[in-house]
Design a protein around this ligand. Sequence first.
Ligand code: HEC
Ligand code: HEC
Ligand code: HEC
Length: 117
Amino acid sequence: MKSKTILLLLSLLFIFCFSIAVFGKDTGKSEMILGGGSKGNIAFPHGSHQQTITDCTSCHNLFPQETGSIDKLKNEGGIKKKQVMKQCQKCHREMKRAGEKTGPTKCSGCHDKSLTR
Ligand code: HEC
Ligand code: HEC
Ligand code: HEC
């Protein structure tokens, strides 16, 4: 009886720690507006991408998980202008070619001059 109680408590502790490790992580905003220069800004659904893509590094390989990190790196010359954009388009194009549901590949599908941030 006693060892069963200990086992139960240990399991609960494990589930608790596991939940923090998995769900307690900062995943950032679900919706955001990215700066797109002269073509207009971009409404970017961060949350839905995290659900369909799951691998954070498919975007965060180029910039850290911090608000404004893309603009900061572009200003400092750490990444080139449109470098992030090319990565976004690459995935959308490849999935489109494979016949899968994906995001826009045309300029106007992402850029919208009426979007302010
Ligand atoms: C499809 C691309 C993409 C994927 C995949 C992605 N992110 Fe992001 N993430 C972004 C962009 C774009 C920004 C905004 C950067 C900026 O403001 O310059 C961002 C910003 C963030 C921020 C900063 C807070 C905020 O709200 O601005 C956090 C934290 C973050 N991401 C966490 C994650 C985690 C954790 C994952 C994986 C579960 C993930 N991201 C997957 C594109 C992505
Ligand atoms: C999948 C979405 C997407 C598509 C499609 C897209 N863009 Fe972008 N664009 C972005 C994002 C995100 C940024 C900001 C990050 C960066 O500069 O890489 C951006 C940035 C830009 C910038 C600003 C660069 C700077 O820093 O001055 C210009 C100009 C631009 N895009 C033009 C275009 C043109 C022209 C097309 C069509 C041929 C196009 N974009 C298609 C997402 C997209
Ligand atoms: C690894 C693949 C991948 C990358 C990288 C990626 N996307 Fe997407 N994107 C998707 C998929 C899949 C969808 C459609 C399903 C969904 O909404 O999650 C999508 C949908 C979208 C949509 C349409 C949302 C809607 O409501 O119609 C926009 C806008 C978009 N992506 C912008 C971006 C921008 C901007 C980036 C780069 C910062 C980016 N995506 C990077 C796979 C990707």
